[in-house]
Design a protein around this ligand. Structure first.
Ligand code: HEC
Length: 145
């Protein structure tokens, strides 16, 4: 009897902890992927400022392009869990291959820009930079606002 009572109490505790852990994880997952996207925004902003000659830091072009490639790679895992929320729409997980493919294309394009920046600076990287600005089409398709 005592054992059964204990077992039931333990099960209740495990259930409660399990539940709150799952809720915390959801928020953490959303925070994590949003932070990753913010870093993408920060590096796109860096590239833009250099490309528009607002700052004379052309030697950092490859750095920002590398960072965009890395964030676009990391984003594929960050969104893997089917978890609508933040401004992520549910259709992401209904069209997972298309969604993930867009991040893969962004990573490829960013690696291409980084290589061009290393070999020929702004003159070579500049014409390729347009290929990075696929942000809006993905946001228009897969965000709720
Ligand atoms: C494959 C689709 C996709 C691509 C490509 C993409 N994004 Fe996003 N982005 C998202 C989604 C989905 C969210 C919503 C994240 C959430 O709230 O869960 C988001 C959110 C953001 C946010 C807001 C983060 C916050 O604070 O909530 C920023 C900033 C951002 N993206 C910048 C960019 C930039 C800059 C690019 C291009 C260089 C880009 N994104 C490319 C899908 C994409």
């Amino acid at each position: 009897m005592t054992f059964r009572y204990l077992a039931a109490a333990l099960a209740a505790v495990i259930f409660t902890f399990g539940l709150s852990a799952a809720q915390a994880a959801d928020k953490d997952v959303i925070d994590y992927r949003q932070n990753l996207m913010k870093s993408l925004g920060a590096h796109a902003g860096g590239l833009g400022a250099i490309a528009q000659n607002k700052v004379p830091y052309g030697d950092n072009l490859a750095y920002h392009a590398d960072a965009i490639a890395a964030a676009a790679e990391a984003a594929q895992l960050a969104f893997e869990q089917n978890l609508p929320g933040g401004t992520s729409a549910a259709n992401i997980w209904e069209n997972w291959e298309d969604f993930q493919g867009r991040f893969a294309s962004l990573a490829d394009a960013a690696r291409d820009v980084a290589a061009a920046a290393r070999s020929g600076g702004m003159a070579e990287a500049g014409p390729k930079m347009g290929s990075l600005f696929i942000c809006k089409s993905c946001h228009d398709t897969y965000r709720t606002e």
